[in-house]
Design a protein around this ligand. Structure first.
Ligand code: GLY
Length: 568
């Protein structure tokens, strides 16, 4: 048989293509094998997987997912907001990045008081609600310091999704509808989230965000300076001037992320690693676990009233401390004693196993005058085959944040100023009250409940978890730890368990009805006030708890989680 030159060329081309395909799948397989990712959106999870296939590690995957969430789930998080990152590198090094927003220089303690009364309307929407965003710098730092791909690549990929558009999921359409009245106060926001008839965009329609795509592209081309030192800051200042705001270019120029040491505590044979203040999450998850160590929780059936009662009592004590002591450690003295075993023992003694206790006020931990911490949200967790693990919780605060999009940018700005205590005793959007420690001050970061957490056993990461949902983040994270570490449930089983939450004030347990009538009746008999509420938020987690790698998004909501098998 005669083979022509043309045929030979074609065969060679096919062989070359096959080789490329094979090499590509091998690289992809090597990179994804043993990796796990959980986010609230399939497109974001797919972006993370693609980053691994492109040769990135878990930190790249998490940055790809986080930037994509800002496009496809922008009502929860994005570069107009802030985040906390807890990471564990393959070499065992632990780190955090604090990308929480800061109050502008012109902010002051009484900025939300009008005629002697605190106005939550002002702290929850519009120009004054906005704090200087930190997520973009945090993601960029995570990528530069710990990733293997360029930040530019991640931004460019996410900008393509913004430009091409995506099908609006039901959950997204519902959020737009639920917030539409307020969104309509801000024309640039309303334009993006309305259809041609001026109605809220519908599920199944395609949402194209050209301005956001352009913003991502500009940052990809010019670096984060475009945002913090250039056109974005300038546009924001101009808009602020016309709309009663106080944020200036200099606020952006001063913004810096910080790298505080993680809060670490032991819980039985585990080490729990979390975010220090201005997150209250790491501190209070640790504090509650320290208290619960005195009750052998692992031997208490999680379907019994006793289980709910003990954990609720511990939450109550911790949240009373939160309201008094917690704030930005650069401005207020947050006692290290809050996470000490000795203090937890004292608090544990205050718990009556049969009766709801009265917690009038906060406790006084050891060293409270000497030893201090140094100076609607989404959660995602990622790991890779090399042993890099990361937990990122990011937020613009409540749905659609301040509702403001600075015209021409596509970026939804946060309303994180509401996480400050705008006046003592005035509840914020989550019903949380606070004190002087969390009062507004220029350059200060508002207190947060975000609790990205990594658990180690014998120095190896076994769980990365966190949640969305304001203060219930702390309880959701805590319950996942207890159900998996104490009761040996799989992550999925743990996330399915009924949720409950007590934040000291209001004095009530917010609980899912799935806890069952018997538990609810018993808790009432013990003296608890019960509020049967929804699920409160969304937990995502990945783990290697002894039965292979797991990845789960909250089963109550949409999301996507993948665990690639570990090489045998
Ligand atoms: N914005 C909610 C939180 O950080 O706790």
């Amino acid at each position: 048989m005669k083979i022509t030159r043309m045929k030979t060329l074609r065969i060679l081309q096919c062989l070359f293509a096959a080789l490329l395909f094979f090499t590509d799948s091998v690289t992809a397989d090597v990179k994804t094998r043993g990796a796990a990712i959980a986010t609230v959106d399939p497109i974001a999870t797919d972006a993370a997987v693609q980053a691994l296939k492109d040769g990135g590690n878990a930190f790249d995957a998490s940055v790809a997912a986080a930037l994509t969430l800002g496009v496809v789930n922008g009502y929860n998080s994005g570069i107009g907001g802030g985040c906390f990152i807890v990471g564990r590198k393959a070499n065992g090094k632990l780190f955090t990045i604090n990308g929480r927003e800061t109050a502008p220089e012109k902010a002051h303690r009484d900025m939300f008081i009008r005629d002697g009364r605190a106005q939550t309307k002002l702290s929850q929407a519009g120009a004054l609600a906005i704090a200087v965003p930190g997520s973009l710098m945090a993601y960029s730092e995570l990528c530069k310091k710990h990733g293997e791909l360029s930040f530019k690549k991640h931004l460019t990929n996410a900008s393509v999704i913004a430009r091409n558009g995506f099908k609006v999921p039901d959950s997204f359409a519902q959020r737009v509808k639920g917030n539409f009245k307020q969104i309509q106060n801000y024309p640039a926001t309303a334009k993006i989230f309305s259809d041609n008839d001026g109605e809220p965009i519908k599920a199944g329609s395609t949402l194209i965000q050209k301005d956001l795509a352009e913003t991502y592209n500009e940052i990809a081309q010019h670096g984060t300076d475009w945002f913090y030192h250039g056109p974005f800051a300038k546009k924001t200042e101009e808009w602020m001037k016309k709309n009663g705001g106080i944020m200036k270019i200099s606020d952006f120029e001063k913004y810096q992320v910080t790298y505080p040491n993680p809060v670490q505590t032991t819980y039985r044979e585990f080490t729990v690693v979390g975010m220090p203040p201005p997150s209250s999450g790491g501190t209070h998850v640790a504090q509650i676990l320290n208290i619960l160590e005195h009750f052998e929780i692992k031997n208490i059936d999680s379907n019994t009233p006793e289980f709910y009662h003990l954990i609720t009592e511990a939450m109550k004590l911790a949240f009373a401390d939160r309201a008094h002591w917690l704030g930005d450690p650069s401005f207020t003295k947050v006692p290290l004693g809050l996470v000490s075993k000795k203090y937890a023992k004292r608090l544990a003694k205050r718990i009556n196993p049969k009766k709801a206790g009265k917690v009038k006020t906060h406790g006084i931990p050891q060293g409270s005058t000497e030893h201090f911490f140094n100076k609607h949200t989404t959660h995602l967790s990622c790991s890779d085959n090399e042993g890099n693990w990361v937990a990122i919780t990011a937020t613009i605060n409540t749905s659609f944040g301040s509702k403001v999009i600075i015209p021409g940018t596509g970026v939804i700005m946060n309303n994180e100023m509401d996480d400050f205590s705008i006046s003592p005793g005035t509840p914020n959007a989550f019903g949380l009250i606070g004190n002087e420690a969390n009062a507004v001050a220029p350059g200060k970061r508002p207190l947060s409940s975000m609790s990205p957490t990594i658990v180690l056993k014998d120095n190896k990461p076994i769980l990365s978890v966190g949640a969305a949902g304001g203060p219930t983040i702390i309880s959701q994270t805590l319950l996942t730890l207890i159900h998996t570490l104490d009761h040996k449930l799989s992550i999925r089983e743990a996330l399915m368990k009924p949720r409950f939450h007590h934040q000291w004030q209001p004095n009530q347990i917010r609980i899912e009805s799935t806890a069952g009538q018997r538990v609810l009746d018993s808790l009432k008999q013990m003296g608890h006030k019960i509020y049967i509420g929804g699920y409160g938020g969304a937990t995502q987690a990945i783990g290697n708890l002894g039965n292979g790698l797991e990845a789960e998004h909250d089963p109550r909501l949409t999301g996507k989680a993948i665990a690639f098998p570990i090489k045998k």
